[in-house]
Design a protein around this ligand. Structure first.
Ligand SMILES: NC(=O)c1ccc[n+]([C@@H]2O[C@H](COP(=O)([O-])OP(=O)(O)OC[C@H]3O[C@@H](n4cnc5c(N)ncnc54)[C@H](O)[C@@H]3O)[C@@H](O)[C@H]2O)c1
Length: 263
């Protein structure tokens, strides 16, 4: 049966999904409807893909089976209840919302297992969740993320400025150590990876995050360490930027497409 997708957010990730699904002529998936707050982007899509319906508002997805969010965190909160109520599948890309917006994490946690299964969190710029889910059968004792990024990523960060942290052009500097909740507050742009790990492991307060500004690298490197009675696991993700959008890891955009295809 063909599954119909409602796509919210027509920026880099949204248009990557749109083009990928349309290019493939995949019989099992179609983009049914799209929405963006930017009306110019809506018009462009209407011209390029005349058969796609333009949604009139954020929750105008009644004819869709899957709602994919690739806009901003607030949109996740704004559509969450309607999606759960109407029993749609939901693929949220701005998953930092589950940690940084009040109530969303507890709402998600409290969902009945059968409804939770319809909320499908893309692995984004990291991975290894098959192993994580497996060892959860026994329990996770520690979950740590170390994110290493080039200095330029942090130069205009408010936390760095207000804490008078000096970046060094010759050696790496630890700029933050704390939990995922604080990391998402101080480094909102790195929020998705920390949130994704926290949601699948020990939650926002018990998942540790260290952030390093490294002048010697040009890509984003995420190292995850998970400890459990089952064993100790280390994953390293060295992400190249997307060829068409240097601000985003290529893996993150691809993961949104892969996730939709698995539904
Ligand atoms: N999960 C991950 O690992 C991961 C990785 C990269 C990006 N992201 C997140 O995915 C989201 C999309 O990323 P992107 O690179 O495509 O961003 P983008 O800035 O290129 O596109 C965002 C789009 O959303 C639209 N938008 C903004 N507010 C809206 C609203 N209220 N309603 C409808 N549309 C709205 C904008 O007009 C824009 O077209 C971001 O929140 C980003 O943080 C997640």
């Amino acid at each position: 049966m063909t599954k119909k997708i409602g796509l919210i957010g027509l920026g880099y990730i949204g248009t990557t999904i749109l083009d990928a699904i349309n290019k493939e002529e995949n019989e099992n998936l179609i983009i049914q409807a799209v929405y963006d707050i930017d009306k110019v982007k809506m018009k462009e899509i209407a011209e390029k893909y005349p058969s796609i319906r333009l949604m009139q508002h954020l929750t105008d997805f009644q004819d869709c089976d899957i709602v994919v969010e690739c806009a901003v965190q607030q949109v996740v909160a704004d559509v969450f209840d309607e999606i759960v109520k109407r029993g749609k599948y939901f693929v949220p890309m701005s998953i930092g919302a589950f940690i940084s917006l009040p109530n969303l994490f507890s709402k998600y946690q409290k969902l009945a297992e059968i409804k939770k299964k319809n909320i499908i969190l893309p692995s984004g710029a990291i991975g290894g969740f098959d192993c994580v889910e497996t060892i959860k059968l026994i329990g996770i004792t520690s979950a740590k993320l170390q994110t290493r990024k080039p200095n330029r990523v942090f130069r205009n960060n408010k936390y760095i400025k207000s804490n008078n942290i000096k970046l060094n052009e010759n050696s790496s500097v630890i700029i933050f150590k704390g939990n995922a909740k604080l990391a998402t507050t101080y480094f909102p742009r790195s929020i998705n990876v920390a949130a994704r790990l926290a949601l699948s492991t020990l939650g926002p307060e018990k998942t540790s995050v260290e952030m390093i500004a490294d002048p010697s690298i040009s890509k984003n490197i995420h190292t995850i360490e998970i400890e459990s009675e089952v064993g100790k696991y280390t994953f390293i993700f060295e992400n190249n930027p997307s060829p068409t959008n240097p601000k985003t890891s290529w893996l993150a955009a691809l993961s949104s497409i892969y996730t939709i295809k698995t539904i």
